[in-house]
Design a protein around this ligand. Structure first.
Ligand code: NAD
Length: 350
């Protein structure tokens, strides 16, 4: 079968890790007899340089027509004072595609537990997913304004927005350890009271899945004290922004972590959680794991190519277990050498 993928390499280390991701896709295509039609377009700072727009019309059109989108990273000091910012492209893309559900898996492979800022016995076997609502809440609610004496942001959520993200969390939990932790601030916020009510309603339709509620402050503490007790965490936009970044430090490097953003219909977007890392760009030292794992998530979640995704995950695990680690993980393997080792493992694996 043929799958149409739009590749947005972006800026900084984006093109280096995208090159790794595409090599992995080519290896999977060859081994399992698939066709990945990959169309590359400028996006972010590269879009501004090429067409004066962080998301040129041709780029957006390609994304809308794709089966899935793979994004490297965007931004950098070159565009910090530009009239249009690279990040505007990402917000416009999320809005245009209705990407309301952001999924971040947090896993700590045993080969790198010693790199976590937490004690080994606390992080060992950490494996949970943060499901963040991405298109509602405080970031978008109106009215929103400020002047020198007062400021207002509006935290608005509708039933439809809450229900679909909580359903998504239950759907993910049904394929994992069947536990959902819903994070809110229902002792204070009206939007959280509705959130909690709807979470209970959704739970009643999934009797095989356990629902627990946590206030966001307690969740922030427990994530550090007992990360292994979580399976799927679901929360609104602002809480999810903060908690998913907190969760990302548990692994010891941002360079490890992929993410997926889903709409109700249409293509999903897969990208590393980190930025464009301008401090290490063009040095062939970036960790491509975040992109390789984003490719694996894309195969699994957009194309249902489970065997192929498993082959990638097994290959990266074997590569790290064999001691191939990039500089962010304390090793000296280059981006290309790490990728080549993963390719060897894919080609030689089951
Ligand atoms: P960053 O995530 O780019 O980098 C933070 C630190 O992590 C840096 O020391 C960097 O070298 C390191 N790092 C990140 N990814 C790595 C990898 N794969 N391998 C090894 N080390 C890695 O965050 P920042 O420096 O605050 O932001 C840089 C630019 O990225 C800014 O312009 C910011 O706006 C943008 N940004 C973009 C996205 C996105 O594309 N979705 C997300 C966050 C930040």
């Amino acid at each position: 079968m043929a799958y149409k993928i739009t590749s947005l390499a972006g800026d900084g280390i984006g093109p280096e890790i995208m090159a790794s991701g595409i090599k992995i896709l080519e290896a999977i295509a060859a081994k399992y007899n698939h066709t990945f039609e990959i169309e590359s377009h400028p996006f972010g700072g590269a879009g501004i340089d090429a067409a004066g727009d962080p998301i040129p019309p041709e780029t957006l059109k390609s994304c809308q027509n794709a089966d899935a989108i793979l994004l490297g990273a965007i931004g950098g000091p070159k565009w910090d004072n530009a009239p249009k910012r690279p990040e505007d492209g990402l917000l416009a893309l999320r809005k245009a595609l209705g990407l309301f559900a952001n999924i971040r898996p947090i896993q700590v492979p045993s080969s790198i537990t010693h790199l976590s800022p937490l004690k080994k016995e606390i992080v060992e076997n950490t494996d949970f997913v943060v499901v963040r609502e991405l298109t509602g809440g405080l970031y978008f609610g109106e009215p929103k304004h400020w002047d020198d004496v007062a400021a207002v942001d509006s935290l608005t959520y509708t039933r439809v927005e809450i229900e679909r993200i909580i359903e998504k969390a239950f759907e993910i939990a049904s394929t994992r350890n069947k536990k959902v932790t819903s994070v809110d601030k229902a002792n204070v916020l009206a939007s959280s009271k509705l959130w909690r009510k709807i979470a209970e309603e959704v739970a009643s339709r999934h009797p095989d899945i356990t629902l627990e509620h946590l206030y966001v402050d307690a969740a922030a503490m427990l994530m550090i004290q007992r990360p292994t007790t979580f399976d799927v965490i679901v929360t609104e936009n602002l809480f999810g922004d903060i908690l998913s970044d907190e969760a990302s430090v548990i692994t010891g490097s941002l360079g490890m972590l992929p993410s997926a953003s889903h709409a109700e219909n249409g293509p999903s977007l897969y990208e590393p959680i980190h930025g464009s890392a301008p401090d290490i760009a063009n040095q062939n030292i970036a960790n491509p794991m975040s992109m390789i794992s984003s490719v694996s998530m894309m195969l699994r979640q957009s194309f249902s190519l489970f065997k192929e995704a498993d082959a990638i995950d097994a290959a990266t695990t074997r590569t790290m277990q064999a001691g191939f680690l990039t500089a962010d993980l304390g090793g000296n393997t280059s981006t290309t050498d790490f990728t080549n080792e993963v390719l060897k493992q894919i080609e030689g694996g089951e």
